[in-house]
Design a protein around this ligand. Structure first.
Ligand SMILES: [Zn+2]
Ligand SMILES: [Zn+2]
Length: 333
């Protein structure tokens, strides 16, 4: 990774705005591109800029732009759908056939740049107490809000969150806001579990050090209503299947580094487990910003590390190594 000087982008389309970036969060998917050069079939061709969890200030707006104006702080939704295909027409903009997503190889350059151009529709004003951090965090947090919603709702349920990185934490924050009864959290990194404890979850467990199935079953002998796989690890999937009660739901949010999941046939069948995969999010950014605005979600424990733009590579190395108990590393401009 290196810094490159490129020409400042020019505003060409009347529906676009030019944004000076204020903050960009580093996501696990950025790290996949950094360490492996790909996610599944999406391969990076260099040079390529990553980053999709951004917030900034509008510096110029096209003639037809109405919802934002220069000087406005905005959260950026990185997904630019075509609004025309079957998926878009049915409301599934996140699986648009011609989707362009910031920092996704072959689609669009990322937002780890000083200036970017975005369609007006992708900009959500940060009003009231909302800061650039809220704007940037709204991207991963919206995935948690969406996963919680897509699960059918966690209210009054006993749920397990397997993997407590920023996405697991986002699911936890959404479930907490929606009044889940009990939240069990597992992760291999103790510092992350400390954050979960600070957030008031019912129980944390480190499967690298203890028998997580025994520990949770001791507390909840009937099993969990719902399990969110948030780390892309086969072991987590197996533990989730083991811990779910009959009729339970398994929600798969994590991005594995392998190509094929495996599932225990007898347990999933006899328990009649429902399986739901999650692809990012759709239509949840505004709701997510609103939740932070009214305080039903508080993100103060999410950002553990900050780096100036010039030191982005250090931030990537830290996150790639899971160093220093990092949860979310934020780049400041
Ligand atoms: Zn992300
Ligand atoms: Zn489309």
């Amino acid at each position: 990774m290196e810094m490159r000087d490129i020409p400042e982008p020019e505003l060409l389309n009347s529906n676009d705005v030019k944004i000076r970036m204020s903050a960009v969060g580093i996501c696990g998917s950025d790290i996949h591109y950094y360490t492996h050069g790909k996610i599944g079939s999406q391969k990076v061709e260099y040079p390529f800029s990553v980053g999709h969890e951004g917030a900034g200030v509008v510096v110029e707006a096209g003639k037809s732009v109405k919802s934002v104006k220069p000087g406005d702080k905005v959260a950026i939704d990185p997904a630019m759908p075509c609004y025309e295909c079957d998926q878009c027409i049915s409301g599934r903009h996140h699986t648009c056939r011609k989707l362009r997503f910031l920092g996704c190889p072959g689609q669009a350059e990322g937002c780890l740049m000083e200036y970017i151009i975005m369609p007006e529709k992708n900009c959500f004003p940060l009003t009231g107490n909302l800061t650039a951090d809220h704007g940037s965090i709204s991207e991963p947090l919206a995935i948690g809000v969406y996963a919680e919603k897509k699960s059918g709702g966690t209210k009054d349920l006993k749920i397990g969150i397997f993997g407590f990185g920023p996405i697991g934490m986002s699911v936890m924050l959404a479930a907490k806001a929606k009044c889940a009864d009990k939240i069990f959290v597992s992760d291999l990194i103790d510092e992350r579990l400390s954050i979960a404890i600070k957030e008031g979850v019912a129980m944390t467990s480190n499967p690298g050090k203890e028998n997580i199935i025994g520990k949770i079953m001791h507390d909840e002998p009937m099993g969990l209503d719902m399990a969110f796989e948030c780390c892309g690890k086969q072991e987590a999937m197996n533990e989730a299947v083991e811990l779910l009660k009959p009729g339970g739901k398994l929600i798969v949010v994590g991005i594995p580094e392998f190509d094929q999941w495996s599932l225990n046939v007898e347990k999933t069948r006899r328990k009649e487990i429902s399986l739901q995969f999650i692809r990012r999010q759709v239509d949840c950014v505004e709701e997510t910003l609103e939740m932070m605005k009214k305080g039903s979600v508080i993100i103060e424990n999410m950002v553990t590390h900050r780096f100036p733009f010039e030191r982005t590579k250090e931030a990537f190395d830290l996150v790639a190594a899971y160093g220093d108990g990092v949860m979310k590393a934020m780049i400041d401009f």
